[in-house]
Ligand binder design. Structure first.
Ligand code: MG
Length: 370
């Protein structure tokens, strides 16, 4: 099975309601879709969203990095040689993690098709049903409480609350949600780099002292400020998770060894795909740290790939935050992964099992062999 061509498309999916964090507001999911075609007619699918404020990538940069730099190094190569292919992807260009992730997702999809097995089974197997939390966007207190209660009605047992806009108001937000939820769900906080180290300690200690038990707090301080996160981690009981501070294996190791966080948030769009996501999970496990697997606001292709990783690496990845499909008005992708509110189920379909993408707009761009 040899790689013959690589094509590009765009997929746009409206959100049920605007997604608001300390950094940005998003109205719709908009992904670059990648289709790798092989000489025997198989098609592998990958995808990547533009998250300029997180990875520094735009749709244009993703398409350029793949079409000009990564794709020419893959054309004509065999899918059998997956490790060689992922090495080529990782070493073809520095950074550009989401571009690399899109390519790796499509390569693993084809690897699964080659051996007629779902990706998670080729990664070692596991339980094919996983449970995700759901994100509650940062907003007025009444709206956040209303959204939290609506999520409970849908059966979610873990809520990830976005905060980080105003420390004093954040405390009020969390207290109100905690009181309304009344032990019916676990609460995770994601501050999206919104606090200073001292603000983070004050907010978390205030919550701890008022009896609000949090499962974890995600990225309380600026992603570059590893010392600041360590300062927070040393002074609060709430487990701290690194998101924007940890991209690939090297950064994850720095965070863990420095004890700047107890948990690593793995996202394929930050690690550069599946091969490094597995390394981060294994490294974390080696050092006794836990992982959560997350996603960007992205289409269900990338999220399906993350679900396969989560199922296969469940000993290390003990928490799942793959709620992007639940936040979309509908799921235009028919794949082997079914997203039903908190429950994610993976079928035995080969690879990622993608059979159709409704509304996919193909771009007039195709990389072929010379
Ligand atoms: Mg986050």
């Amino acid at each position: 099975m040899k790689i013959q061509s690589i094509q590009f498309g765009m997929l746009r999916v409206p959100l049920k309601s605007p997604f608001k964090t300390a950094l940005r507001t998003v109205e719709q999911v908009e992904d670059v879709i990648l289709i790798i075609e092989t000489d025997n007619g198989c098609r592998g699918y990958g995808s990547a969203p533009a998250t300029a404020v997180i990875t520094g990538e735009t749709h244009g940069s993703i398409i350029e990095a793949i079409s000009k730099v990564i794709a020419p190094r893959l054309i004509g190569r065999s899918i059998e040689d997956l490790n060689d292919l992922t090495n080529r992807v990782q070493h073809s260009i520095v950074k550009n993690y989401s571009a690399k992730a899109a390519v790796e997702i499509a390569l693993y999809d084809l690897f699964g098709q080659l051996y007629d097995a779902p990706v998670y089974k080729l990664l070692g197997g596991g339980d094919n049903v996983i449970t995700t939390d759901i994100t509650i966007s940062v907003d007025y207190i009444d709206k956040m409480v209303e959204d939290a209660l609506a999520a409970l009605e849908l059966g979610f047992e873990t809520l990830k609350i976005k905060v980080g806009k105003d420390p004093a108001l954040d405390v009020e937000r969390i207290k109100a949600i905690h009181a309304a939820v009344n032990d019916r769900a676990l609460i995770r906080l994601d501050a999206n780099q919104g606090w200073t180290p001292k603000q983070a300690v004050r907010v978390l200690r205030t919550l701890e002292e008022s009896g609000v038990q949090l499962e974890l707090v995600e990225q309380p301080v600026c992603g570059d400020d590893i010392d600041g996160m360590k300062y927070v981690n040393e002074r609060v009981d709430t487990p701290v998770m690194a998101d924007e501070s940890s991209f690939g294996p090297r950064q994850a190791m720095d965070v863990i060894i420095n004890r700047a966080a107890d948990i690593i948030n793995i996202k394929l769009m930050k690690t550069g795909g599946i091969s490094n996501a597995i390394k981060v999970a294994d490294l974390s496990g080696t050092f006794g740290a836990k992982c959560l697997i997350g996603c960007m606001l992205e289409s269900s292709i990338g999220v399906a790939a993350a679900a396969h990783v989560a199922a296969a690496k469940s000993a290390e990845i003990t928490m799942v935050d793959l709620d992007a499909p639940s936040l979309c008005a509908f799921d235009p992708v028919q794949s082997g992964v079914t997203f039903n509110h908190s429950e994610i189920t993976i079928s035995d379909a080969p690879g990622l099992g993608i059979t159709g993408i409704e509304g996919l707009e193909m771009l007039d761009l195709k990389v072929v062999g010379t």
